[in-house]
Write a protein that binds this ligand. Sequence first.
Ligand code: SDX
Length: 436
Amino acid sequence: MKLADNKATLSFSDGKPSIDLPVYQGTVGPDVIDIRKLYGQTGMFTYDPGFLSTASCQSAITYIDGDKGELLYRGYPIEQLATNCDFMETCHLLLYGNLPNAEGKESFAKRVTNHTMVNEQMQFFLRGFRRDAHPMAIMTGLVGALSAFYHDSTDINNPEHREISALRLIAKMPTLVAMAYKYSMGQPYMYPKNNLSYAGNFMHMMFATPCGEYVVNPVIERAMDRIFILHADHEQNASTSTVRLCGSSGTNPFAAIAAGVACLWGPAHGGANEACLNMLEDIQRTGGIAKVGEFMEQVKDKNSGVKLMGFGHRVYKNYDPRAKLMQETCKEVLAELGLENDPLFKLAMALEKIALEDEYFVSRKLYPNVDFYSGIVQRAIGIPVNMFTGVFALARTVGWIAQLNEMISDPEYKIGRPRQLFTGSVKRDVLPISQR
Ligand code: SDX
């Protein structure tokens, strides 16, 4: 970042001396006012719950232009990556800052493939869960438990430890997600197969059984790989900020990523794809497209507490480019599977059309986000609804790690420790219980 020509001057109406604050510029996007010395100079904090106007860090990984509906991974538009690259190339890009050549891609993919197995002891963690446990509860536990097996690489300040942990986490997430699914089905776990692609291997571990040959459908494999690309990173979203804050204490990468998994689970964040599919199924069950008008009235009624899940975004005030690509992937998968008339897909497109013409949504700049169509395509592939967020966590792991490693390798980084505006009781004495 570089110092901008202009600066910010903060003045106070009560005559307190004004102060000048430096302004910094990035390569693109809003400038920032550096308030690091504000408390020292004024004895005051800034106040920004939800961080609507706060940059928590500088980063060179992902950039979103919310007004244009633009998403860049290391400068490359998501539309180009989703059509010209695969997830392994995207992981290399996010981790190292450049797209690999053919040789680099092969060697990176091979290193990932060689870490896809998990320690045999990992399977015994699942036995403690009920078979109907939510997969994200299982994933939060399993990812944190990984740290118990890699004491050789938990020093986050050691670049080699960071690299091997990154490869292990990217490689093992599909294995763990598939294990959580198999456990819920009461089926045996399927070991990774090194001769399959990253997406193909995930599908094999999810849908194969020891009883017969499972042949990966290349159209579905490509769709799965694209779903991973679309979910890989997204600036300082809630779960990435959680990973950064957790990692800032110096804890090991596995524990920091486990914190990200836990945060992603929330329905306002990564859990929205599951919530969106459940919403579509509810509408379908209670009347389908004929009921959309009534449902939309509920959404617009503040007291109903009903939201159009998969719609709206803190940053995008235009169409989420990932939603467009996900809709296209939806069409490809449904066509391949002969499900072009999937009622939920038709319902989703009807909902989108109505919302995009409705003043409530238009005035609030609410558009479909990545979660609006992702559930429909995953359900068509055969992934159960309660696994959707686990797939999101699988794909987002590379983004979390890239952001964590960027923070740790920044010599300026400190442990994150926000302050507060205190509104509680001032100091008071404890009375003996007989006088309370
Ligand atoms: C993800 O941050 C990221 O980058 C996240 C993510 C990633 O890749 O990491 O993109 C992934 O989490 C996508 C978002 C998935 N969540 C959902 O689809 C859940 C539904 N969406 C909303 O909960 C909401 O839009 C948020 C949480 C996504 C954004 O909330 P904000 O930025 O805090 O916006 P807001 O709640 O202040 O909404 C502004 C207005 C409000 O109305 P008013 O108070 O102005 O009258 O829009 C309304 C909101 O009530 N609104 C909605 C709505 N989303 C916002 N009304 C109905 N349905 C919705 N979905």
